[in-house]
Write a protein that binds this ligand. Structure first.
Ligand code: N01
Length: 544
């Protein structure tokens, strides 16, 4: 790499204008936009194919739990017209086929370097560029580095003694192999009952000889109510795409479900129950995202809804003791991520399925034969770890990212997690993040498309003015971070331990809730702020 200081944004001495890390939903669209805007760009991807989350999470039963058509790309009318979804909630193989189709249709493969794991990224002040170091020792230089790492892409195994001593097969849901895994006739243990565990358990229960589920904290699950989409229905969906995406951009979380403007106690008890019965029978996240406006913020309203959901669990499970074990007692409905299920509760009525309450009999270790709890040893052929992810910051921690001061980002964030709009970090010039910390939750593809377009506009602004360096001002970072923290106040979810509040008991240093780990405001308030920064000529950012 040349050591001269270049005068313009575009510098042929650098390998690229922009390097994107990750070929998931964010990275693919980012590459598309960069190319449309005339940048020399590439994606570095550690996997051997595109898809990100949908490339790695091939576990049995993995599928969308937002409606397929609302959780895919919206940027291309041609793509919307061409692609037909087969189910309201598509399964992982179909989603992966879709993302491969997108990459092929827009000729993205030629600029994606697969099996390229980025181990280090160093900002070079003199050259105003990033030097990206790959696992094979080679380097790539780029003016701008964009992370499209995904928020749940660093799987974590439990800290259990003897975990490497197991002599059977073991898998993490987020690192599922491409080669088929057989469960027929096997004794299988699943550890973890979050969204991945629930999808796996309900899928494999009928295949295995015996399934033992090791549960620490139960989650409130809601019916997915999935069904096939036939040709007529798909045509109807296509005809309504415009209206549907308009609803997404107007709803709090970007979903097709909007909160009911009524308060829980503004209607009679009978009306309340009838409304909840309807939601329980409707698709997907309706009961979570389309409920009364106060159920996720008012403890009394939340308690009323939680009681309704607890009774549903009791009605569906034959053994009352098992039912009680599956009813969360430490958090209300919707305050952690709600796994969506298909006959999940009925799974525990099967004679070949056992539920172990880890609060009563904690895991003591893994032996060559299986799982040891305080009450005994469970001999199994296969262990499935559905134990989650080092969320949001974990995928950054994996890479040694060093900014202008030479300080590692991991170190920076261990004491002080602040960004500007979840897109930039002070002292890390020319590093832009899609879905960084302090970002929106909710409907990710909708958020991703917006953020990718915002970042692309910022880069066009820089290129057209020959600006080579960008970082946020300290005051802008402080104002944004204070706003994020203020928005963390009302939602009950922020008072509960989960990956959404930055907790992962298997990762050292992740045992305390982070106020403002994610942005708790609405999609609209986030976009309003980002739009005003762009319209105002990016005054909150320092360029040179
Ligand atoms: O992970 P999780 P996940 N000993 O962190 C348990 C998205 N997603 O992969 O709750 C024993 O939710 C842990 O117990 P506890 C979605 O956003 C989307 O399931 O900490 N148990 C918990 O039960 C979701 O929220 C889809 O007490 C241990 C489980 O493991 C996110 O991914 C599908 C343990 C981890 O649950 C993460 O979901 C799937 C230990 N040492 C996932 N350590 C879609 O459909 C952890 N656990 C789009």
């Amino acid at each position: 790499m040349s050591t001269r200081t270049s005068e313009s944004f575009i510098d042929s001495n650098l390998d690229y204008d922009v390097v994107v890390i990750g070929a998931g939903i964010s990275g693919l669209y980012q590459l598309y936009c960069l190319r449309e805007a005339g940048f020399r760009a590439c994606i570095l991807e550690r996997g051997t194919g595109v898809g990100g989350t949908w490339y790695w999470n091939r576990y049995p039963g993995a599928r969308f739990d937002s409606e397929s058509y609302s959780y895919a790309y919206s940027f291309s009318e041609e793509l919307l017209e061409e692609w037909n979804w087969s189910e309201h909630f598509a399964s992982q193989p179909e989603i992966l086929r879709y993302l491969e189709y997108v990459a092929d249709k827009f000729n993205l493969f030629k600029d994606i370097r697969f099996s390229c794991e980025v181990t280090k990224a160093q900002y070079m002040e003199e050259e105003t560029c990033w030097q990206v170091i790959l696992a094979d020792g080679s380097t790539v230089s780029t003016r701008i580095l964009i992370t499209a790492l995904g928020i749940l892409s660093e799987p974590t195994f439990p800290n259990i003694e003897g975990i490497n001593s197991f002599s059977g097969e073991s898998f993490h849901t987020g690192l599922w192999p491409k080669t088929p895994v057989t469960f027929e006739g096997k004794n299988v243990a699943v550890i973890g009952t979050g969204a991945s565990g629930v999808q796996t358990i309900q899928e494999i229960a009928a295949q295995v000889r015996n399934l033992t589920v090791f549960q620490r904290r139960p989650n409130w699950c809601a019916p997915l109510n999935n069904s096939d989409i036939d040709v007529d229905e798909m045509n109807e969906i296509k005809a309504n795409y415009k209206d549907m995406f308009a609803i997404c951009s107007e709803s709090h979380g970007g979903f097709i479900w909007t909160l009911d403007p009524r308060g829980t106690f503004e209607v009679t008890a009978a009306e309340r129950v009838s409304f909840w019965e309807d939601l329980y029978a409707s698709r997907g996240m309706s009961i979570w995202q389309g409920n009364f406006r106060d159920v996720l913020s008012d403890p009394m309203a939340n308690k009323e809804l939680s009681d309704f959901m607890a009774n549903k669990i009791r009605q569906r499970i034959h053994d009352p003791e098992i039912a009680e074990l599956l009813i969360p007692k430490d958090h209300g409905f919707g305050t952690r991520r709600v796994p969506l299920e298909t006959k999940y509760y009925e799974t525990y009525n099967r004679p070949n399925v056992d539920l172990i309450d880890l609060n009563r009999s904690p895991i003591r270790g893994i032996s060559p034969k299986g799982v040891i709890t305080s009450e005994g040893e469970y001999n199994v052929d296969t262990i499935v770890y559905a134990t989650g992810f080092n969320a949001i910051t974990g995928s950054f921690d994996r890479i040694d990212i060093r900014g202008a001061s030479g300080r590692a980002l991991k170190e920076e964030w261990s004491s002080h997690l602040e960004t500007f709009l979840s897109v930039q970090v002070p002292n890390y010039p020319n590093l832009l993040m899609i879905n960084g910390p302090q970002g929106l939750g909710g409907n990710h593809p909708r958020n991703i498309e917006y953020s990718v377009e915002w970042v692309t506009s910022l880069l066009e602004h820089m290129k057209s003015r020959d600006l080579r360096r960008v970082e946020p001002s300290i005051s802008a970072v402080q104002t944004w971070s204070e706003h994020v923290r203020a928005k963390s106040g009302s939602a009950l979810a922020n008072k509960i331990d989960s990956w959404m509040t930055g907790i992962n008991t298997n990762v050292p240093g992740k045992d305390k809730r982070v106020v403002g780990f994610r942005y708790g405001g609405s999609v609209q308030s986030y976009r309003l702020l980002c739009d005003s920064v762009a319209k105002g000529g990016y005054k909150e950012m320092i360029f040179s």
